[in-house]
Design a protein around this ligand. Structure first.
Ligand SMILES: Cc1ncc(COP(=O)(O)O)c(C=O)c1O
Length: 415
């Protein structure tokens, strides 16, 4: 049985990743826990195996007790993000009046794309990348152009230059949809890399939209740089929320933030877009940014420990899998190409996040561990799997041990 959770009076100094048992987690009804049968350990979609942070649970409880379940109002969410951004990232010129509340980060991206691009225009993404970057962009009638990451999994200046040139050539108002920190690699873009993006985007006339949903999840040893604090990013947008760090995906509310030269565009966002977020979502995300910092620090320590544990487990059980230690997020991008497992992806576009093929299918079928399949992340993803290590050390150990056994049984010489 789990040890008791943190009290409602304040966060106990415990690793939130160790507070729930597998039996407790299996009672959850979210997609992570219900997509697969109960013999499968789910380490795929980006949900966290933690209880709610006490300040968030308190705020929600209070709203329920008051029956405070009407429509959202005001700027408390943006104010909380602004204070958090100043304290954690030194973002001191954050402007609450340059923000809008949107339903969630992906819908916010689509709404910003509607402001700064036209149907048929090109949107550059750095592949492999979060699959909905393909699905939502195509669904909005824009075309995706890939700028593959370099071999070091960082953004490749020459590839960006080339993709920006192509994007410019095929559309009137192209954009670059950046992921910072990058999902699935866990790379946190450095200031000099972001300055290079701003310079290239300015030169080729692309608007930059920076998805910063993983920003609070930068692990010890690395510093997060908000794109809007970079010189040359004045006409860009950032999208963020507390969803990934505090496990609030089911409580919809995110923020679109405009750089000073993008405010006029943001002001064209239709009023009804603001009807998407839920009031309980706004309350939860506000509480997370306003009062969830101490809990977040405990989580980050736990994730840092899991990041190291994963390296040890892989070296022991899956030595031919290459692990690029992530700088941020709780996602590990594992190169399984040396396992000798066929990586043919099903026909079709990248972007269908739940589709499983190649090594992920082998691990699901033979280890009963659910991972995200690399091929859905676009060019460069086939042969990789993405593992979500925001779970207990016990579950992580069980999962990687099972994966090692499955490889030994499947392909005795490959382990
Ligand atoms: C990079 C990135 N953007 C957006 C999302 C989804 O955010 P939302 O549910 O707010 O649309 C995720 C979820 O994992 C993500 O990793």
């Amino acid at each position: 049985m789990a040890s008791p959770g943190p009290s409602a009076d304040g966060p106990a100094a415990q690793n939130p990743l160790t507070l729930l048992t597998l039996d407790e987690l299996r009672q959850r009804t979210s997609v992570k826990w219900r997509m697969h049968p109960p013999d499968v350990l789910p380490l795929w979609v980006a949900e966290l195996d933690v209880p709610l942070a006490p300040p968030v649970a308190d705020a929600l409880r209070r709203a329920i007790d008051l029956g405070d379940t009407g429509y959202a109002h005001g700027t408390a969410y943006a104010e909380a993000l602004g204070d958090f951004a100043a304290e954690r990232w030194g973002w001191h010129n954050f402007r609450v009046d340059h923000t809008r509340v949107v339903a969630d980060v992906m819908m916010g991206i689509v709404e910003v794309l509607r402001l700064v691009t036209d149907p048929g225009d090109a949107v550059v993404v750095c592949s492999p990348v979060y699959p909905p970057f393909y699905a939502f962009v195509s669904h909005a009638g824009r075309q995706v152009i890939e700028a593959p990451l370099g071999r070091d999994l960082r953004m490749d200046r020459a590839a960006l230059d080339e993709a920006f040139r192509r994007a410019r050539a095929c559309g009137r108002r192209p954009a670059f949809l950046m992921c910072n920190p990058h999902n699935p690699t866990g790379v946190v873009h450095r200031r000099d890399e972001l300055e290079a993006v701003a310079e290239l985007a300015g030169r080729h006339g692309l608007r930059v939209i920076s998805d910063e949903i993983h920003a609070p999840l930068v692990l010890p040893g690395t510093q997060f740089t908000p794109y809007l604090t970079v010189a040359g990013a004045e006409n860009a947008f950032a999208l963020t929320s507390a969803s990934k760090a505090w496990n609030l995906a089911g409580l919809k509310a995110a923020l679109a933030v405009a750089g000073p030269q993008a405010v006029a565009d943001l002001n064209r966002m239709p009023e009804e877009v603001g009807h998407g977020p839920s009031h309980l979502g706004v309350i939860a995300h506000t509480a997370a940014f306003r009062a969830g910092g101490q809990w977040l620090d405990l989580l980050l320590d736990g994730l840092d420990a899991n990041r190291t544990l994963l390296a040890t487990l892989l070296a022991t059980h899956l030595p031919s899998v290459t692990y690029h230690r992530p700088e941020g997020t709780y996602l590990a991008w594992l190169d399984c190409t040396r396992l000798g497992i066929a990586t043919e992806a099903p026909d079709g576009e990248p972007g269908v996040a739940s589709e499983v093929a190649g090594p992920a299918k082998m691990f699901l079928d033979h280890a009963r561990v659910a991972l995200s399949s690399g091929h859905v992340f676009g060019t460069g993803g086939a042969g990789f799997v993405r593992l979500n290590f925001a779970t207990s050390p016990a579950i992580l150990t069980d999962a990687v041990t099972r994966m090692g056994r499955a490889v030994d049984a499947y392909h005795p010489s490959a382990g």
